[in-house]
Design a protein around this ligand. Structure first.
Ligand SMILES: [Zn+2]
Length: 505
């Protein structure tokens, strides 16, 4: 993701300087403003020309993009003096309901404003509340772009607004950890393992009820408790999550392996979550109805109780649980990387049915927008996406599936689902089907559709480089493996202590 933020911030600085000068001149010189305009280099200069003291010069001179001291407390400015000019600028911005400008003035001259007290500025709290979501987003965007210095600077500004806000404190330690995480890094030259799961079973009573779907869930899914135990063990075993895009870069000639640098002693792991669509068949079994963005911009799970009441939770599926785990254990992630969400299309994504047969529904556009917003937010939180085919059709299990059917499926996904998710260059095959190097279906994915990684299922099989793509095998972390093949998970965790007792009730 390209972040143009610091440039925008600088532009805004320039804008404010100009505005400050303008208003200052207007306040002190009045009608001669036009005459002063060409020489208006800075507010300090203008102030000096106007013969007023320049108490704001300290705040104005510091650019907002300069990396702050790596301390938890902002550098104090000695004894702020009453500053009617800054107060007047802030009052004007607030009166104009220009929240961006008002919060910018606050950020630049907060000591002077706090000197008089926030309560003296009607609407200042409202200005902060209104701009908070975009500013928090920006912290996350900068983090995901690994522009940690700017992320910390932005976060520190927000922490002055809301010193005790949990969402900000979560990020405080994590981003600082990531900023220095690669000091003394070593190159990882082995294969990178890849574990995958499905959506989590959260209501074991409703799932393990002996009905027709019980057996499938038991084999192919894990419970919330199993996921939480697995995370603790992976973390204790020195794994850390890496972004698969850290393994290669795309050049004009194709893809090229890049060295993977890790903190000494750590082992890389890629995690993926398949089929996060909340298919209709899962609805009676306590899975989320859909994903939504909550007031702190978490991607939360919408759960429907048996009586039909909807609740927004942060433990209804693996994504919010992992987001929480990584805030608490930033060492478990390389620079904030999370996992890959592999999505089909035939019932839409994230619980929003945006499949082709729904286009005439009156709320189709609304669903699509909601899905797009969730996707954007997940990316800002470090998640990535893969195609998991459009149809997840049984026929795709065969490497000899009719070519036309294969192409139709791929094109359908490319046209209907990819635009909602943004740039996607990973293909996670449904049923874990494998395709040989020269299979024309694989060539279609790589050469025609532009996928850079192909990810079938095979336990503990090394990754390799094919012609134009990364071939990375995945190991299932599911009920079957935990119960029947624990030795295949032994490099990652101890299945016996991960397995949920609810399976045996
Ligand atoms: Zn699947």
């Amino acid at each position: 993701m390209r972040i143009g933020g610091s440039r925008a911030q600088r532009r805004r600085t320039a804008g404010w300087l100009a505005a400050a000068g303008l208003i200052l001149v207007a306040l002190t010189v009045g009608p001669t403003i036009g005459d002063n305009a060409p020489g208006r280099a800075s507010s300090a200069e203008a102030a000096a020309a106007a013969g007023t003291p320049t108490p704001t010069s300290t705040a104005v001179a510091s650019t907002p993009t300069a990396p702050p001291e790596p301390t938890t407390t902002p550098t104090p400015i000695p004894t702020p003096r009453p500053d009617p000019l800054t107060w007047a600028l802030l009052e004007r911005a607030l009166a104009d309901r220009d929240w961006t400008e008002a919060t910018f003035i606050y950020d630049e001259a907060h000591e002077l404003i706090e000197e008089r007290g926030r309560a003296a500025f009607p609407n200042l709290e409202l200005a902060m509340a209104e701009t908070y979501p975009d500013r928090l987003r920006r912290v996350d965007q900068l983090t995901t772009a690994r522009d940690f210095d700017d992320a910390i600077a932005e976060l520190d500004r927000l922490l002055r607004w809301y010193p005790g806000r949990p969402a900000l404190l979560d990020r405080h330690g994590a981003i600082r950890h990531w900023a220095n995480q690669l000091d003394g890094a070593v190159e990882w030259t082995d294969s990178v393992p890849h574990l995958f799961i499905h959506s989590l079973i959260t209501d074991t009573d409703r799932v393990f009820d002996g009905d027709y779907s019980d057996a499938g869930y038991r084999l192919f899914m894990i419970t919330q408790l199993e996921f939480e135990r697995a995370l603790e063990q992976l973390y204790a075993n020195d794994y850390l999550l890496v972004d698969v895009h850290d393994l290669y870069r795309v050049t004009e000639a194709g893809i090229e392996a890049t060295p993977l640098l890790l903190p000494a002693g750590k082992r890389p792991l890629v995690l993926s979550i398949d089929d996060v669509s909340y298919y209709d068949y899962m609805a009676p079994d306590g899975f989320p109805d859909r994903l939504e963005i909550d007031s702190e911009l978490n991607v939360a799970t919408v759960m429907t109780d048996v009586d039909g009441t909807e609740r927004l939770t942060l433990d209804g599926d693996a994504m919010p649980i992992l987001d929480r785990f990584v805030w608490d254990h930033p060492e478990f992630s390389l620079g904030g990387a999370k996992g890959i969400i592999a999505l089909t299309g035939y019932e839409g994504v994230f619980g929003y049915d945006i499949s082709i047969d729904q286009v005439d529904e009156p709320d189709f556009a609304q669903r699509r927008t909601a899905a797009e917003q969730v996707a954007t937010r997940l990316r800002e939180l470090g998640w990535d996406f893969a195609s998991h085919s459009y149809t997840h059709d049984d026929a795709l299990r065969s490497p000899n599936v009719a070519y036309g059917r294969f192409v139709y499926d791929s094109d359908r996904w490319n046209e209907d689902i990819k635009p909602v998710l943004g740039d996607v260059d990973l293909y996670i095959s449904p049923f874990g089907f494998d395709l040989g190097e020269t299979n024309q279906r694989l060539r279609y994915l790589v050469d025609q559709m532009g996928f850079n990684a192909f990810m079938p299922i095979s336990h503990n099989t090394d990754m390799s480089w094919g012609d134009g793509y990364l071939r990375m095998y995945r190991t299932a972390l599911d009920g079957y493996m935990l119960g029947q093949a624990p030795h295949l998970l032994a490099a990652f965790l101890d299945a016996e202590t991960v397995i949920d007792e609810a399976r045996f009730r």
